[in-house]
Design a protein around this ligand. Structure first.
Ligand code: PLP
Length: 392
């Protein structure tokens, strides 16, 4: 990065770009942690986060931690030791959540759908129908797997569960704020998310939303006092929501980010913005892919692609990432879980992503492909700008 490249453009799938007002909001001294100001802030943020769950939220727990902390919080509260989890994996983050559960002593069964397609509701229905004794306590699934770019159809998966008593827990770390989440309508029992992706805030906060049913579970034998979600329900003094001193500067930032997302832009507009940016990226790749050496989106079916991030195969991707970072100040995402990681990459369009940023990223990528002699079809930028023009 150098001054001559202008403002750094970060197109990695987390942390996402921070709005200037979010950065400014954190630049201040800590208030009294037992004072009224912090209590009001914590309760306001709590209420806004509850809105983000999309209805049906009985309780929310907040943790000073990243997404991995959110996984562990959900796992330790949902399951007793040796209770059974059925994990539907559609990429490395699904595998990661399963690994977290397994290491805690939860009995993990996995249906691995691979790296480039959504979980099949029929396979879930078949597996649960075969579970006559109701041994499966909860189903874990990632809404958008940030590694593969796969998006799972949460309402379809819930419908496939039929009358089986298992709870449904969803990792929405990448997708919350960029994709719809309606816990109540969809029948989701637990949602896990974190601050640094769609929520446009620095990393360091994880959240676990609970349905009525999840909140009523008896205390698990895995839940230590720090992770026990019932201890973080408030209301009360601010520190009780956070199990100790709240990360106050992060909370100032999140308060502003939630105001921007929920009140200034509005969730539906934010989802539409993400859909437009994703479609622009996909259109560029379709054009580049024609007549190339294997440039292609990782997920063939557009309905199974996530709105916050796109994973793609691109021969020479490692060199291209290096070029865009050193020559043009654009940081692209590394591939995770790809068969040939040097020939794959990810482009984030999550959080505070915009038309000028996404079009800029695509233009710099095309310049880099030209400079490096990476074969690509013509018309990628034309296709992307046409998408933006039609939607703006
Ligand atoms: C980023 C991400 C994680 C991990 O979050 P960390 O904050 O890096 O621990 C887990 N799941 C998904 C879907 C993610 O996008």
């Amino acid at each position: 990065m150098s001054f001559s490249q202008g403002q750094q453009a970060i197109a990695i799938p987390g942390p996402s770009p921070l709005p200037a007002s979010v950065l400014r909001a954190m630049h201040r001294a800590s208030p009294d942690i037992y004072g009224a100001e912090l209590e009001e802030l914590v309760q306001r943020v709590h209420a806004q986060l509850t809105r983000l769950g999309g209805g049906g939220v009985a309780r929310l727990a907040s943790y000073a931690g990243n997404g991995h902390a959110g996984w562990e919080a959900a796992n330790t509260n949902l399951f007793n030791r040796r209770q059974k989890a059925l994990v539907l994996a559609t990429g490395s983050f699904g595998l990661g959540w399963a690994a977290s559960a397994g290491s805690l002593g939860i009995d993990v069964e996995m249906i691995d759908f691979g790296n480039n397609r959504a979980a099949d509701p029929q396979r879930l229905a078949d597996r649960l129908r075969a579970d006559r004794e109701g041994a499966i306590h909860a189903v874990l699934v990632t809404q958008v797997d940030t590694a593969s770019g796969v998006r799972n159809d949460i309402p379809a998966l819930r419908a496939a569960m039929g009358n089986h008593p298992a709870l449904l827990a969803v990792d929405a770390i990448a997708s919350l704020g960029s994709e719809a989440m309606r816990m109540g309508d969809w029948g989701v029992d637990v949602v896990v998310s974190a601050s640094q992706k769609g929520l446009m805030t620095p990393p360091g906060m994880a959240f676990v939303w609970q349905s009525e049913r999840a909140a009523a579970l008896p205390r698990s034998d895995l839940a230590t006092p720090y992770w026990d979600w019932s201890m973080r329900a408030g209301p009360g003094e601010a520190w009780r929501y956070w199990g100790g001193t709240p990360p106050v500067q992060l909370l100032f930032a999140l308060d502003e980010a939630l105001r921007l997302l929920l009140d200034e832009e509005g969730l539906d507009a934010a989802f539409a913005r993400h859909a437009g940016l994703a479609a622009a990226v996909w259109a560029a790749f379709d054009a580049w892919g024609a007549g190339s050496n294997g440039i292609a989106l990782n997920v063939a079916d557009p309905a199974q692609r996530g709105l916050p991030v796109t994973a793609a195969h691109l021969p020479g991707a490692a060199a291209l990432r290096e070029w865009t970072a050193t020559k043009a100040g654009v940081t692209l995402g590394v591939a995770i879980g790809a068969e040939r990681p040097d020939d794959a990459l990810r482009i984030a369009h999550m959080g505070h992503a915009s038309a000028h940023m996404t079009l800029g990223v695509l233009a710099v990528m095309e310049a880099g492909m030209r400079a490096l002699g990476i074969a690509h079809g013509q018309g990628g930028l034309d296709a992307a700008t046409a998408v933006i023009a039609a939607r703006a």
